[in-house]
Write a protein that binds this ligand. Structure first.
Ligand SMILES: [Cu+2]
Length: 126
């Protein structure tokens, strides 16, 4: 078999696989890790809030906000998506007082679906 034929066969296989398993080939991104952890109770302010997804996410329409218990946004609005790990997003925060905070995120997964979610963490006085 020539190299050309092998390539052609391989392309055909990829195409068939993609058609047969669209949900596997283009998965919907899920948040799989965060810092602080979901429902964490801390005794001091974190310096930043990080979220990780199970797959790389788009560079557009991304958002990450930290909101205090009164509904005021408190993060520094400096969202960063890591260049070499696009599944990792973070924003820095100022020194946060004790409170329960909500982290809200929005990203576009590789399958073009918009994924939104939220979780909380608490800072207690030490
Ligand atoms: Cu999806």
């Amino acid at each position: 078999m020539t190299h050309y034929q092998a390539n052609k066969l391989f392309s055909g296989f990829i195409l068939l696989t993609a058609l047969a398993m669209p949900s596997l080939s283009f998965a919907h991104a899920k948040m799989v890790r965060s810092s602080p952890d979901q429902n964490a109770v801390l005794t001091e302010s974190p310096k930043q809030v990080d979220v990780w997804f199970d797959d790389k996410v788009g560079t557009e329409y991304k958002a990450l906000a930290v909101i205090d218990s009164k509904g005021v946004r408190v993060d520094n609005k400096d969202l960063v998506q890591e260049t070499f790990d696009s599944a990792h997003l973070y924003t820095t925060v100022p020194l946060l007082p004790p409170d329960t905070y909500t982290v809200r995120y929005r990203v576009v997964s590789i399958d073009t679906h918009i994924v939104t979610g939220k979780y909380q963490f608490t800072i207690k006085a030490p």
